[in-house]
Design a protein around this ligand. Structure first.
Ligand SMILES: C[S@@+](CC[C@H](N)C(=O)[O-])C[C@H]1O[C@@H](n2cnc3c(N)ncnc32)[C@H](O)[C@@H]1O
Length: 222
């Protein structure tokens, strides 16, 4: 396996260090080590041409906060070599709400270019240069870095070879259907403060265990 065949993330941000710890732990760390994913962080401040590397400015018409200027983001986007099967995604609370189906769809691509906003957001014209706009939920965060990490994490889990057990993403919540909720899990001890593990899970009878799991998986009400 090599990087050319697998998922490449290009992240545009003015806070590159936010990604340091998350990308270097657990499954994402292992996926990079095994060359199943590659993550490139681009600081679009490096693409600001003035002496102070300014990336933000006051909004026309007045109002609170600062807006990210279009030129540094545009230049940064242009500098990234695009793979054939790639998408530029703007992280924004105004976008389509991210879900497991979107993660699955994006996991089929070869490259995701993720643009993280900050402050009051972006100059509106940046939307012309992106393929999709994604929100991770109906709330407003300080920046697009946590949303970008959420997308990277959810997509990476679905890539072949990333999870140790090939079957594990198939049974997970939302995997079969948007309203599917996975069955409960237990581990040792068998009895914790009087709360016992269902007997069937200790039986070693795989048919019965499967039937119990089917029965105890749920469909979430809309
Ligand atoms: C403080 S927010 C700007 C909010 C903007 N003024 C508005 O009302 O829509 C700064 C940046 O954080 C990111 N962000 C905040 N909440 C988000 C969400 N729910 N999903 C995706 N990105 C989000 C976006 O990149 C956004 O440009």
């Amino acid at each position: 396996m090599c990087y050319n065949d697998h998922m490449q993330y290009d992240i545009l941000t003015i806070f590159p260090h936010i990604f340091d710890s998350y990308l270097n732990e657990s499954i994402l760390k292992r996926a990079q080590k095994n060359k199943l994913i590659k993550a490139n962080i681009h600081n679009f401040r490096d693409f600001a041409t003035d002496k102070h590397h300014t990336v933000d400015d006051k909004p026309y018409g007045g109002g609170p906060g600062m807006l990210l200027k279009i030129e540094p983001i545009y230049k940064c986007l242009k500098s990234i070599k695009r793979k054939k099967n790639s998408k530029v995604i703007l992280l924004t609370p105004k976008g389509e709400t991210f879900n497991q189906a979107a993660a699955k769809r994006l996991s089929k691509l070869d490259q995701l270019i993720l643009v993280c906003g900050h402050y009051e957001g972006f100059d509106e014209r940046i939307r012309k240069f992106v393929d999709e706009q994604i929100s991770i939920g109906d709330y407003v965060l300080t920046g697009g870095e946590i949303p970008a990490m959420a997308v990277i994490d959810a997509v990476t889990r679905l890539l072949p070879g990333v999870l140790g057990d090939e079957n594990s993403p198939h049974d997970e919540t939302f995997s079969k259907h948007p309203t599917y909720i996975e069955y409960p899990h237990y581990t040792r001890p068998e009895n914790f403060k009087g709360m016992k593990v269902p007997k069937v899970l200790l039986s070693g009878n795989h048919k019965k265990i499967q039937a119990w799991r089917l029965k105890n998986a749920k469909i979430r009400k809309a």
